[in-house]
Design a binder for this molecule. Structure first.
Ligand code: GRF
Length: 236
Protein backbone atom coordinates (compact mmCIF):
# COMPACT_ATOMS: atom_id res chain seq x y z
CA UNK A 1 0.00 0.00 0.00
CA UNK A 2 1.42 3.33 -0.99
CA UNK A 3 1.45 6.29 1.34
CA UNK A 4 0.46 8.57 -1.52
CA UNK A 5 -3.18 9.32 -0.85
CA UNK A 6 -3.85 10.21 -4.47
CA UNK A 7 -3.03 6.71 -5.69
CA UNK A 8 -5.99 5.02 -7.38
CA UNK A 9 -7.21 2.13 -5.34
CA UNK A 10 -6.05 3.54 -2.01
CA UNK A 11 -9.38 2.78 -0.38
CA UNK A 12 -7.98 1.44 2.89
CA UNK A 13 -8.22 4.65 4.85
CA UNK A 14 -11.20 6.85 4.33
CA UNK A 15 -10.27 10.45 3.63
CA UNK A 16 -11.26 12.85 6.38
CA UNK A 17 -13.45 15.56 4.91
CA UNK A 18 -14.52 18.92 6.28
CA UNK A 19 -17.59 20.58 4.77
CA UNK A 20 -17.69 24.37 5.00
CA UNK A 21 -21.16 25.92 5.04
CA UNK A 22 -22.88 29.22 5.70
CA UNK A 23 -26.54 28.23 5.49
CA UNK A 24 -29.04 25.39 5.26
CA UNK A 25 -26.47 22.75 4.31
CA UNK A 26 -28.48 20.52 2.00
CA UNK A 27 -25.36 19.63 -0.01
CA UNK A 28 -23.55 18.93 3.26
CA UNK A 29 -26.43 16.61 4.19
CA UNK A 30 -26.10 14.81 0.84
CA UNK A 31 -22.39 14.26 1.52
CA UNK A 32 -23.08 13.01 5.04
CA UNK A 33 -25.70 10.63 3.68
CA UNK A 34 -23.37 9.28 0.99
CA UNK A 35 -20.57 8.79 3.52
CA UNK A 36 -22.80 6.58 5.67
CA UNK A 37 -22.03 3.80 3.20
CA UNK A 38 -19.04 1.95 4.64
CA UNK A 39 -17.67 1.53 1.12
CA UNK A 40 -17.67 5.27 0.49
CA UNK A 41 -14.01 6.38 0.44
CA UNK A 42 -14.49 9.47 2.61
CA UNK A 43 -15.96 10.27 6.00
CA UNK A 44 -17.42 13.64 6.89
CA UNK A 45 -15.29 14.32 9.93
CA UNK A 46 -16.20 17.96 10.47
CA UNK A 47 -18.65 20.66 9.45
CA UNK A 48 -17.48 24.24 9.84
CA UNK A 49 -19.63 27.32 9.48
CA UNK A 50 -18.72 30.98 9.49
CA UNK A 51 -22.30 31.68 10.59
CA UNK A 52 -23.29 30.47 14.06
CA UNK A 53 -26.98 30.33 13.10
CA UNK A 54 -26.45 28.25 9.95
CA UNK A 55 -29.23 25.66 9.81
CA UNK A 56 -26.84 23.02 8.52
CA UNK A 57 -24.97 22.95 11.83
CA UNK A 58 -27.93 21.40 13.60
CA UNK A 59 -28.35 18.87 10.79
CA UNK A 60 -24.69 17.91 11.15
CA UNK A 61 -24.94 17.58 14.94
CA UNK A 62 -28.03 15.41 14.60
CA UNK A 63 -26.06 13.17 12.27
CA UNK A 64 -23.30 12.89 14.87
CA UNK A 65 -20.78 14.95 12.90
CA UNK A 66 -18.40 17.28 14.77
CA UNK A 67 -19.09 20.95 14.14
CA UNK A 68 -17.21 24.19 14.60
CA UNK A 69 -18.05 27.84 14.11
CA UNK A 70 -15.34 30.20 12.92
CA UNK A 71 -17.02 33.54 12.89
CA UNK A 72 -15.22 36.54 11.46
CA UNK A 73 -17.76 38.98 12.86
CA UNK A 74 -17.60 40.27 16.41
CA UNK A 75 -19.85 38.19 18.63
CA UNK A 76 -20.05 38.09 22.41
CA UNK A 77 -16.52 38.15 23.76
CA UNK A 78 -15.00 37.13 20.42
CA UNK A 79 -13.38 40.00 18.54
CA UNK A 80 -13.90 40.70 14.84
CA UNK A 81 -11.33 38.76 12.83
CA UNK A 82 -9.63 40.13 9.74
CA UNK A 83 -9.28 37.77 6.78
CA UNK A 84 -5.85 36.49 7.77
CA UNK A 85 -6.90 35.82 11.37
CA UNK A 86 -10.13 34.18 10.20
CA UNK A 87 -8.22 31.86 7.90
CA UNK A 88 -5.64 31.05 10.59
CA UNK A 89 -8.49 30.06 12.90
CA UNK A 90 -10.12 28.00 10.15
CA UNK A 91 -6.85 26.28 9.30
CA UNK A 92 -6.25 25.47 12.97
CA UNK A 93 -9.65 23.75 13.21
CA UNK A 94 -9.03 21.78 10.02
CA UNK A 95 -5.61 20.70 11.25
CA UNK A 96 -6.95 19.76 14.65
CA UNK A 97 -9.41 17.39 12.95
CA UNK A 98 -6.69 16.02 10.61
CA UNK A 99 -8.68 16.96 7.51
CA UNK A 100 -7.55 15.65 4.12
CA UNK A 101 -10.17 17.22 1.83
CA UNK A 102 -12.29 20.37 2.15
CA UNK A 103 -15.70 20.67 0.48
CA UNK A 104 -17.24 24.11 0.16
CA UNK A 105 -21.03 23.83 0.15
CA UNK A 106 -22.75 27.17 0.16
CA UNK A 107 -19.82 28.75 2.00
CA UNK A 108 -20.36 32.45 1.44
CA UNK A 109 -16.93 33.82 2.17
CA UNK A 110 -14.11 34.32 -0.30
CA UNK A 111 -10.88 32.58 0.61
CA UNK A 112 -7.44 34.09 0.05
CA UNK A 113 -4.96 32.79 -2.50
CA UNK A 114 -2.76 31.65 0.40
CA UNK A 115 -5.49 29.55 1.96
CA UNK A 116 -6.59 28.17 -1.41
CA UNK A 117 -2.96 27.39 -2.24
CA UNK A 118 -2.60 25.38 0.95
CA UNK A 119 -5.56 23.22 -0.11
CA UNK A 120 -4.66 23.08 -3.79
CA UNK A 121 -6.17 19.98 -5.46
CA UNK A 122 -7.80 19.05 -2.14
CA UNK A 123 -10.64 21.57 -2.01
CA UNK A 124 -13.89 21.27 -3.98
CA UNK A 125 -16.80 23.65 -4.48
CA UNK A 126 -20.29 23.19 -5.86
CA UNK A 127 -21.84 25.83 -8.06
CA UNK A 128 -25.46 25.93 -9.24
CA UNK A 129 -24.76 26.47 -12.96
CA UNK A 130 -22.88 24.89 -15.82
CA UNK A 131 -19.54 26.64 -15.39
CA UNK A 132 -17.99 28.63 -16.89
CA UNK A 133 -21.46 30.09 -17.51
CA UNK A 134 -23.12 32.09 -14.73
CA UNK A 135 -20.39 32.47 -12.17
CA UNK A 136 -21.42 34.29 -9.02
CA UNK A 137 -24.85 34.70 -7.46
CA UNK A 138 -28.43 34.51 -8.78
CA UNK A 139 -27.52 31.86 -11.32
CA UNK A 140 -31.09 30.61 -11.91
CA UNK A 141 -32.48 34.09 -12.48
CA UNK A 142 -29.70 34.89 -14.94
CA UNK A 143 -30.09 31.57 -16.74
CA UNK A 144 -33.79 32.25 -17.25
CA UNK A 145 -33.10 35.82 -18.41
CA UNK A 146 -30.49 34.57 -20.88
CA UNK A 147 -32.94 32.05 -22.29
CA UNK A 148 -30.52 29.15 -22.09
CA UNK A 149 -32.04 25.76 -22.82
CA UNK A 150 -29.73 23.86 -20.52
CA UNK A 151 -28.71 24.66 -17.00
CA UNK A 152 -27.27 22.54 -14.22
CA UNK A 153 -24.58 22.27 -11.60
CA UNK A 154 -20.81 21.90 -11.44
CA UNK A 155 -18.33 20.53 -8.93
CA UNK A 156 -14.89 22.02 -9.41
CA UNK A 157 -11.57 22.40 -7.64
CA UNK A 158 -11.19 25.70 -5.87
CA UNK A 159 -8.65 28.17 -7.23
CA UNK A 160 -8.17 31.78 -6.13
CA UNK A 161 -10.50 33.07 -8.86
CA UNK A 162 -14.13 32.63 -7.79
CA UNK A 163 -16.17 29.81 -9.41
CA UNK A 164 -13.24 28.76 -11.58
CA UNK A 165 -10.88 25.82 -11.37
CA UNK A 166 -10.80 22.41 -13.01
CA UNK A 167 -14.22 20.81 -13.39
CA UNK A 168 -14.68 17.42 -11.75
CA UNK A 169 -18.37 16.80 -12.49
CA UNK A 170 -21.24 18.49 -14.24
CA UNK A 171 -24.81 17.53 -14.89
CA UNK A 172 -27.14 19.37 -17.21
CA UNK A 173 -30.91 19.61 -17.10
CA UNK A 174 -33.27 21.14 -19.61
CA UNK A 175 -34.82 24.51 -18.90
CA UNK A 176 -38.58 24.23 -19.34
CA UNK A 177 -40.65 27.01 -20.89
CA UNK A 178 -42.69 27.39 -17.71
CA UNK A 179 -39.73 27.30 -15.33
CA UNK A 180 -39.48 29.92 -12.62
CA UNK A 181 -36.44 30.59 -10.47
CA UNK A 182 -38.04 28.40 -7.82
CA UNK A 183 -38.76 25.38 -10.03
CA UNK A 184 -35.40 25.61 -11.77
CA UNK A 185 -33.53 25.95 -8.46
CA UNK A 186 -35.30 22.88 -7.10
CA UNK A 187 -34.29 20.68 -10.04
CA UNK A 188 -30.73 22.01 -10.01
CA UNK A 189 -30.49 21.33 -6.28
CA UNK A 190 -31.46 17.70 -6.87
CA UNK A 191 -28.61 17.56 -9.40
CA UNK A 192 -26.20 19.07 -6.88
CA UNK A 193 -27.09 16.41 -4.36
CA UNK A 194 -26.23 13.72 -6.92
CA UNK A 195 -22.98 15.06 -8.33
CA UNK A 196 -21.28 16.34 -5.17
CA UNK A 197 -21.08 12.91 -3.51
CA UNK A 198 -19.92 11.47 -6.84
CA UNK A 199 -17.17 14.06 -7.30
CA UNK A 200 -15.95 13.65 -3.72
CA UNK A 201 -15.89 9.89 -4.18
CA UNK A 202 -13.71 10.23 -7.29
CA UNK A 203 -11.32 12.60 -5.52
CA UNK A 204 -11.13 10.50 -2.35
CA UNK A 205 -10.37 7.40 -4.42
CA UNK A 206 -7.48 9.23 -6.04
CA UNK A 207 -9.07 9.00 -9.46
CA UNK A 208 -8.96 12.71 -10.27
CA UNK A 209 -5.85 14.21 -11.79
CA UNK A 210 -5.32 17.63 -13.25
CA UNK A 211 -3.52 17.98 -16.53
CA UNK A 212 -3.12 21.40 -18.13
CA UNK A 213 -5.94 22.81 -16.04
CA UNK A 214 -8.43 20.04 -16.86
CA UNK A 215 -9.52 17.10 -14.78
CA UNK A 216 -8.76 13.64 -16.00
CA UNK A 217 -10.84 11.02 -14.24
CA UNK A 218 -9.07 7.69 -14.01
CA UNK A 219 -11.41 4.76 -14.33
CA UNK A 220 -10.20 1.20 -14.22
CA UNK A 221 -7.84 0.73 -17.11
CA UNK A 222 -8.70 3.97 -18.90
CA UNK A 223 -8.76 7.73 -18.59
CA UNK A 224 -11.75 9.80 -19.49
CA UNK A 225 -12.10 13.58 -19.60
CA UNK A 226 -14.17 15.72 -17.27
CA UNK A 227 -17.09 13.66 -16.09
CA UNK A 228 -20.44 14.72 -17.44
CA UNK A 229 -23.33 12.94 -15.87
CA UNK A 230 -26.00 12.68 -18.57
CA UNK A 231 -29.03 14.76 -17.63
CA UNK A 232 -32.12 12.77 -16.87
CA UNK A 233 -34.42 15.31 -18.43
CA UNK A 234 -34.66 17.20 -15.19
CA UNK A 235 -36.71 14.66 -13.29
CA UNK A 236 -37.11 15.53 -9.64
C1 GRF B 1 -26.10 25.58 -3.41
O1 GRF B 1 -26.96 25.90 -4.47
C2 GRF B 1 -24.69 25.61 -3.86
O2 GRF B 1 -24.52 25.23 -5.18
C3 GRF B 1 -24.34 27.07 -3.71
O3 GRF B 1 -24.98 27.46 -2.52
C4 GRF B 1 -26.13 26.64 -2.33
C5 GRF B 1 -25.99 26.05 -0.97
O4 GRF B 1 -27.12 25.28 -0.63
N1 GRF B 1 -22.91 27.26 -3.69
P1 GRF B 1 -27.06 24.29 0.59
O5 GRF B 1 -26.64 25.11 1.79
O6 GRF B 1 -26.10 23.21 0.28
O7 GRF B 1 -28.47 23.79 0.74
Amino acid sequence: MTANWTSPGDFMSRKRVAVLISGRGSNMAALIEAAKDKNYPAEIALVVSNVAAAGGLQTARSAGVATAVVNHKKSGKSPKLDRAAFERALQAVLQHHRIDIVCLAGFMRLLSADFVGHWQDRMLNIHPALLPAFKGLDTHKRALEAGVMQHGATVHFVVPEMDSGPIVAQEAIEVRPDDTEVTLAARVLAVEHRIYPLALKLLAEGRVHIERGRCIINTVGSSVGPLIVPGNGGAE
